[in-house]
Write a protein that binds this ligand. Structure first.
Ligand code: ZN
Length: 263
């Protein structure tokens, strides 16, 4: 009951959020949110895919053909992620703060394989493209936390198989993780945010339509510049993630604060 009155009160006072505090929020994040933490993006002019071919390092066929090359690529990125100067930025921290303070359901679906959301304190998090700091054994399918380099000589700590270890990342042509759970969340969300994504990698690029068509969700893109899918969103904010995400989170949380002195 109290929650309902709260809802109506916020709506009547013209809160900028236009959301019930009970609404579920789903946030999709991509490489753009980690750029200010010192990690490379993919599809920018200076991004990873401008320097390395996808089909050489990020497909199951590439790994079958030249596993050493693929290991070298991910070893380099793993070392980069573990560098002392790489840390969550204000955008990661703002989302962790929003999760803690938002009364309704909250879920981050990240396309990133870094661990910056976790390090910022996020808990409800799906790594749909896997995790750089986890190794997957192709013999026994055990997943093991992994901070060292991988090679074709690496033995699985669970089953002992040699040469079966790969980064636990979803390559092009493979099925992203936890899609059922993601679509269930999209189908009941009241707000869908897309942060720092290029908007051209499916299935993630289709989440906005799922949220809008199935759930009738409010949809917003927060990005450095309009993505390829920008027209699919009702609202847009452009600028560095470390600036526009904290500002928007403050607006949402501000909409929840008791509105003393207003009638
Ligand atoms: Zn194994």
């Amino acid at each position: 009951m109290a929650a309902n009155r709260y809802h109506i009160k916020i709506m009547n006072e013209g809160s900028s959020s236009g959301l019930s505090p009970n609404s579920a929020i789903v946030v999709l994040t991509g490489a753009g949110i980690s750029k200010e933490s010192g990690l490379d993006t993919f599809r920018d002019a200076d991004g990873i895919w401008a320097r390395v071919r996808i089909e050489d390092v990020a497909t199951p066929e590439a790994f079958a053909r030249d596993p050493a090359r693929v290991h070298e690529f991910y070893n380099h990125r793993r070392q980069g992620l573990l560098a002392d100067d790489v840390a969550p930025n204000a955008a990661h921290r703002a989302l962790a703060d929003l999760e803690q303070r938002w009364p309704g359901e909250f879920l981050i679906v990240t396309q990133n394989i870094d661990n910056l959301h976790e390090r910022a304190g996020s808990k409800q998090l799906i790594h749909m493209h896997g995790e750089l700091l986890v190794a997957l054994c192709q013999s026994c399918f055990a997943e093991t936390d992994w901070h060292q380099d991988l090679s074709t000589e690496t033995a699985c700590p669970k089953c002992g198989a040699v040469g079966s270890m790969r980064p636990n990342v979803v390559w092009f042509g493979e099925m992203p993780y936890q899609m059922d759970r993601i679509y269930r969340a999209l189908a009941r969300c009241g707000l869908f945010l897309s942060i720092g994504t290029s908007g051209n990698v499916y299935p993630a690029a289709g989440f906005v339509e799922e949220a809008r068509m199935t759930a009738g969700a409010r949809t917003m893109e927060l990005n450095l510049e309009p993505s390829e899918g920008a027209s699919l969103f009702e609202e847009h904010r452009y600028g560095p993630a470390g600036e526009i995400v904290p500002t928007f989170v403050e607006e949402l949380i501000g909409g929840l604060a008791p509105q003393h002195g207003r009638s």
